[in-house]
Design a protein around this ligand. Structure first.
Ligand SMILES: [Zn+2]
Length: 265
C-alpha cells in the first residue's frame, strides 16, 4: 500500500502519455485483479493497451541518486549524502507482468507481449545501475516515456489483438477491477467507539443533528437546515472516497432506516 497516497504525482505521467496517438492506445490506471488461481489479487498501477503489445508502468517518485544493484537486487538511494536501501521495484513489476500474462490466458486473450517499465517521475533524479545492466531496460525517466513506447512500436510491428478485442480487453479489465475496500478505521488505528457520529450543526457545531420532516434539526440551538449534511460531507470527504457504501453512510450519519438516505442524495 506504500506510495498509494501520492496518486496525483503518479498520474503526472498522463502528460507524457498525451503525446501518444489516442486511437492506438488505451490507458488504464489502478487496477486490482484476481489472479488466475482466484486466490490472490495483484495490482497494476498503469496499463497501456495496444494491438501489438501491452506496457505496464510503475511510477516512482525517487529523489537524489538511485542505484539499482542488479547483482544483489538492492536499490540504494542517496539523498543529502545519506544512503538508504529501498525495495527494488524491478522484481515486483516483472512479477506483475507474469500475473497479467496468466490472467490474459485465463480469459482467452492472445499472448500479447508485455513490456514492464519503472518510470522515474522526478527529472533531476540520477539513475545508476550496477551488476546485470540488462535490467536497465526496465527503467526510464518520465520525459522519455513516449520515446520508450515508440521503441516498443518498432520492436513489435505486428498486431496480436484485433481492435475489437482490444476494446473488449479494456472493458473486461475495468469490469474485473476490484478496488481494495480499505478499512479506514483500522488503517488509522481508530476504534469505532471513538468516532463522533452524526451531522454537525452549521450554526453551533453541536453533534448530532436530528433528522425529521426532510430537515436536520439542532437539539442545542434549534437551527433547522435542509443541507447541514453537506458540511459534514466536506469534513469526511476523505472517508467518502474510500468507503462509498450505503451501510457505512447510514451508520456514520446515525440513520437507522435505509429509506432515510434517499431524500439526502
Ligand atoms: Zn446548533
Amino acid at each position: 500500500m506504500g506510495g498509494r497516497l501520492d496518486h496525483r504525482g503518479e498520474h503526472s505521467i498522463d502528460y507524457h502519455l498525451s503525446f501518444l496517438e489516442d486511437n492506438r492506445y488505451h490507458i488504464l490506471h489502478d487496477l486490482r485483479l484476481l489472479n488466475h488461481f482466484g486466490s490472490n489479487y495483484f495490482q497494476l498501477d498503469n496499463v497501456i493497451l495496444s494491438s501489438p503489445f501491452i506496457t505496464l508502468i510503475d511510477v516512482k517518485n525517487y529523489k537524489g541518486v538511485i542505484q539499482f544493484d542488479n547483482q544483489y537486487h538492492q536499490l540504494i538511494q542517496v539523498t543529502d549524502g545519506k544512503k538508504r536501501s529501498l525495495e527494488d521495484p524491478i522484481p515486483q513489476i516483472r512479477r506483475q507482468k507474469l500475473q497479467l500474462k496468466k490472467w490474459l490466458k485465463a480469459h482467452y486473450f492472445p499472448d500479447v507481449p508485455i513490456e514492464p517499465l519503472i518510470v522515474i517521475s522526478n527529472q533531476s533524479t540520477i539513475i545508476e545501475t550496477t551488476g546485470n545492466s540488462s535490467h536497465f531496460k526496465y527503467i526510464t525517466h518520465s520525459i522519455n516515456l513516449p520515446f520508450q513506447i515508440k521503441s516498443f512500436e518498432d520492436k513489435y510491428p505486428i498486431d496480436v489483438i484485433t481492435p475489437k478485442d482490444l476494446v473488449r480487453l479494456g472493458n473486461l479489465l475495468k469490469k474485473k477491477d476490484t478496488p481494495l475496500n480499505y478499512n479506514v478505521l483500522e488503517y488509522f488505528g481508530i476504534h469505532p467507539n471513538e468516532l463522533i457520529r452524526g451531522v454537525h450543526c452549521p450554526k453551533c457545531f453541536a453533534i448530532p443533528m436530528q433528522r425529521g420532516h426532510g430537515k436536520w434539526l439542532c437539539r442545542v440551538c434549534r437551527f433547522a437546515s435542509a443541507d447541514a449534511h453537506i458540511y459534514s460531507i466536506q469534513i469526511i470527504n476523505y472517508f467518502w472516497a474510500m468507503c462509498l457504501q450505503t451501510k457505512f453512510f447510514a451508520n456514520f450519519f446515525s440513520l437507522t432506516m435505509p429509506g432515510q438516505l434517499r431524500p439526502i442524495f
